[in-house]
Write a protein that binds this ligand. Structure first.
Ligand code: SAH
Length: 355
């Protein structure tokens, strides 16, 4: 049986499914799920992320978090937490870059939140010597200061999609004719979670709702507000969701999200506004949403690239120049990716970001 057969069978039994059910089944089904059974990252995989492009990314994130820790008086018994750590590359770069910060490593427990057994195994290998802990749920986070980073984690969380129809919404659903899958629309119904969007949308507009992101943000905001720490959420997306951003990537190319389920990465742009509203509602502060390129330039990525370049020549130098451009240039990842910082009241915002 393939994942397509499984989905068709489920739809035959229970009727059309939401985009969120489809997305979470395709990504995390224990036997067929995209993340459950493979390492999708890198040139040979389906997509490449910032930490896999260059060590400079994780190094600058590490120094940012270490500066927050110093600014907050070097608290003891903290967590250095990463959500969706992939191969563990960024965490390794963070830890290497912060080795020279006196007391930082001794104050930290490296803590990872990861659903994929394949990637957990990769993280174990990459982070050998740092004794990481994995948590099964975010609610299980102990009551301690938490210095957190999430790169391309929230875009992998399942979204639901709704099309405006008068005072209500029609949910986009996935049905089947017994052989293939297709999109359709459910009945018009009120959606309390989208009440605020009735005013800024017109009939036929599509908005997206990432329900699982909010409890995650709630837990993190509570911890940071009560015990201190900081957070960096880095992802592609914008302040306000409008339009269909549900997409599939296979071998670095856009694909039809309903074709070959389980064999492509499925993502949606992150709608940062509801995250920010949730952060504030839980007594935590957030920074302005800042383009990744601006953030990295403020942290000194160009100086770091120049320092690395002084030891390189030929192809390695060309690779470094290309990586710097890819991470920062507005036509590449510089503008599409955004950074939102979390910090407690009465603390300074993370470096590179403004209140
Ligand atoms: N941060 C890494 C990997 C990004 S890919 C990088 O930048 O390279 C998305 C990551 O989130 C993967 O590690 C994936 O397995 C993990 N992930 C996706 N959905 C998850 C979920 N619901 N719970 C925990 N981890 C999840």
């Amino acid at each position: 049986m393939s994942l397509l057969d499984h989905l068709i069978e489920r739809i035959a039994q229970d009727g059309p499914m939401t985009v969120a059910e489809y997305m979470s089944t395709c990504l995390l089904h224990p036997k067929f799920g995209y993340y459950a059974i493979r390492d999708p990252l890198g040139q040979k995989g389906d997509f490449t992320t910032a930490p896999e492009i260059s060590q400079m990314f994780g190094e600058l994130i590490g120094l940012t978090l270490a500066k927050c820790w110093l600014d907050q008086g070097q608290p003891k018994d903290c967590l250095l937490l990463e959500l969706g750590p992939g191969r563990g590359t960024m965490m390794a770069d963070i830890l290497r870059a912060t080795q020279a910060v006196p007391g930082f490593h001794a104050a930290l427990q490296v803590t990872l939140f990861e659903a994929s057994p394949v990637l957990r195994a990769a993280q174990t290998k990459t982070l050998k010597g740092y004794d990481p802990d994995w948590i099964e749920t975010l609610e299980a986070l102990p009551d301690r200061p938490v210095f957190m980073v999430a790169n391309e984690f929230f875009d992998a969380l399942p979204i639901r999609q709704f099309v405006k129809d008068g005072d209500g919404w029609r949910e986009r659903l996935i049905g089947s004719n017994g052989t293939t899958l297709s999109f359709g629309l459910g009945e018009t119904a009120p959606q309390p979670a989208l009440q605020a969007r009735l005013d800024d949308t017109e009939d036929g507009d599509l908005v997206e709702l990432c329900t699982p992101a909010l409890p995650a943000i709630e837990t993190l905001s509570n911890r940071i507000a009560l015990h201190g720490g900081a957070g960096l959420i880095i992802d592609y997306g914008d302040w306000h969701s409008l339009g269909d951003t549900f997409q599939a990537l296979r071998a670095h190319t856009r694909a039809d999200p309903l074709e070959r389920p389980g064999q492509a990465d499925l993502t949606a742009h992150v709608d940062f506004e509801p995250l920010a509203t949730t952060i504030r509602a839980h007594g935590c502060c957030h920074t302005r949403l800042t383009p990744q390129g601006v953030f990295l330039e403020r942290l000194g990525i160009t100086a770091r690239a120049q320092a690395l370049a002084s030891n390189l020549a030929g192809e390695a130098l060309d690779g470094l120049i290309a990586a710097h451009r890819r991470l920062t240039h507005p036509d590449e990842m510089g503008n599409l990716f955004k950074v939102l910082g979390l910090y407690p009241q009465h603390a300074a915002p993370p470096p590179g970001l403004e209140p």
